[in-house]
Design a protein around this ligand. Structure first.
Ligand code: NAP
Length: 267
């Protein structure tokens, strides 16, 4: 099987690197970019075959992975339309561009729309994906195998859940960083050095996530394990409850979800 990645930006290269380790591929990944600077970089990477022309690589591809910015989609799809065949599968990670739009503009009928997140770059990403109805179960297993090379992936039942996953996993790393930033600021104000503040917070997150991942307990149960009645943790949790932090976080996630839906309508 041959995979072509179009767009050698952050996300394209992350997935190209991940997929190149997949046992499903017997040959080098093809990576295509229009920028000369990116091509120079690509030529240095021995496990990629670099291309500057779509005409040279599209006909060889079984799977076409599109990782350009959404505003480049129309121009790109116009160029690939005369080059594609009915058995090729197109995977798009472009935010907000629907399967319908991709099918109409590109002429490809087997389309997978995926939503990645930034931790994909360290192999701990979460990619949610959905496909057009003509992608077979076996083809979906192949797609899942490729997407999971950057972490984990989940197949969702409709495109609305792709926008919803933007609000949870897509934008989610920023919510975690928001929380980390607040805790680091508090640590600094309590008198810790910058380095110690960073270590206190990062190790606390790593440890808590590891506890969560190694058990079947809910976050609520873990909270109860840390907190004792009248103790220090309970004082913090009560303060968060008094300030409605739980509701505010949910509101923030829904704000991202709504924005993803809105952006999809203008694309
Ligand atoms: N970054 C994230 O966390 C994230 C999360 C979810 C989804 N996404 C999606 O991932 C996609 C890629 O994001 P990115 O941050 O990796 O973008 P990026 O860094 O801008 O990379 C895109 C690359 O594609 C090139 N390109 C543009 N048009 C092309 C064409 N017609 N043919 C070949 N190459 C072309 C660009 O060249 P030029 O620079 O010369 O234009 C650039 O090198 C976006 O659609 C975004 O919505 C990103």
């Amino acid at each position: 099987m041959k995979v072509l990645v179009i767009g050698a930006g952050n996300m394209g290269l992350t997935y190209a690197e991940g997929m190149s380790k997949s046992k499903l591929l017997k040959e080098n990944i093809m990576v295509m970019d229009k920028s000369d600077e990116k091509l120079d970089e690509l030529h240095q990477i021995l496990h990629f075959d670099a291309y500057s022309n779509l005409e040279d690589c599209i006909p060889k591809a079984d799977i076409i992975f599109v990782a350009v910015k959404p505003y480049h989609a129309e121009e790109l799809f116009k160029t690939i339309k005369p080059l594609v065949t009915s058995d090729q599968i197109l995977i798009s990670i472009m935010a907000g561009i629907t399967i319908d739009v991709i099918q109409n503009l590109s002429g490809v009928s087997k389309v997978v729309r995926a939503m990645p997140n930034l931790p994909a770059s360290v192999g701990l990403g979460l990619t949610s994906y959905v496909s057009s109805s003509n992608v077979s179960r076996i083809e979906l297993l192949t797609v899942e195998g490729l997407l999971s090379t950057t972490g984990k992936s989940i197949l969702v039942s409709n495109e609305n859940l792709i926008d919803a996953s933007t609000g949870i996993s897509g934008s989610g790393p920023a919510y975690v960083f928001y929380f980390m930033q607040s805790m680091m600021e508090a640590a600094l104000q309590m008198g810790f050095s910058k380095n110690d503040s960073k270590l206190l917070v990062s190790q606390t997150f790593t440890g808590a996530i590891e506890l969560f991942n190694q058990s079947n307990l809910s976050p609520n149960s873990w909270m109860q394990k840390v907190a004792s009645k009248g103790g220090t943790t309970q004082a913090a949790l009560d303060s968060m409850d008094d300030n409605n932090v739980n509701e505010l976080i949910k509101e923030a996630a829904f704000a991202a979800f709504s924005r993803a839906v809105e952006l999809g309508k203008v694309s």
